[in-house]
Write a new protein. Structure first.
Length: 194
């Protein structure tokens, strides 16, 4: 579903969109944008050309879990051009979009998803999501893999800009990881093909 240009209006009643309205990975209905903007925790805003990409997360009504969101605005007016709830595996607990960059005709979003609500058993999985910059159409998502480190490791990135950047025909992702059977925290830096 394509989203046309919309403006956030404070006159729209405060209501969270239903699961039916925001199935994983679907574009957001224009009527739901103001409510989401009001409750969205914004992690970062990145300007590209005359537009800006904003990433964050929206907690459910009970504040128990977060869903990752991205939207693109016309930078001079803050008018929302499109908004999307980003998909992640249904068996995972929650997710957040933490970084965004634009390159060519695409927007790339860093998605960090938690597997469990309990810190002791949680793993954070990191993915790069590629979206069409004009429409917000999901092109693909790729999990960030670290050479020599299996899926039994939690990965995360801090909020600085230098941890997520274009490098040639790839995106460099730099962060930290901890294997589930170790207390040591290690640094990683890897690339994901565009």
């Amino acid at each position: 579903m394509a989203i046309t240009t919309v403006s956030a209006s404070p006159d729209v009643p405060n209501s969270h969109p239903s699961e039916r309205d925001i199935e994983r990975g679907r574009a957001i209905e224009t009527r739901d944008v103001p409510s989401i903007l009001k409750h969205l925790t914004k992690y970062r805003s990145t300007t590209f050309g005359k537009r800006a990409c904003v990433v964050g997360a929206l907690a459910d009504e009970d504040g128990l879990y977060q869903s990752p969101y991205v939207y693109v605005t016309t930078a001079s007016t803050d008018r929302v051009d499109w908004m999307r709830r980003l998909p992640y595996p249904a068996e995972f607990y929650q997710g957040r979009a933490t970084h965004c960059l634009a390159h060519g005709d695409y927007v790339y979003v860093l998605l960090q998803v938690d597997t469990d609500s309990h810190q002791a058993t949680n793993q954070t999985i990191v993915s790069v999501v590629k979206l069409d910059a004009r429409s917000g159409r999901l092109v693909r998502a790729r999990e960030v893999e670290i050479d020599g480190v299996g899926r039994g490791a939690s990965r995360w990135l801090n909020r600085s800009e230098d941890v997520f950047q274009v490098e040639g025909n790839s995106i460099r992702v730099s962060g930290r990881y901890r294997s589930m059977d170790s207390d040591e925290i290690e640094a990683f830096s890897t690339t994901v093909d565009l």
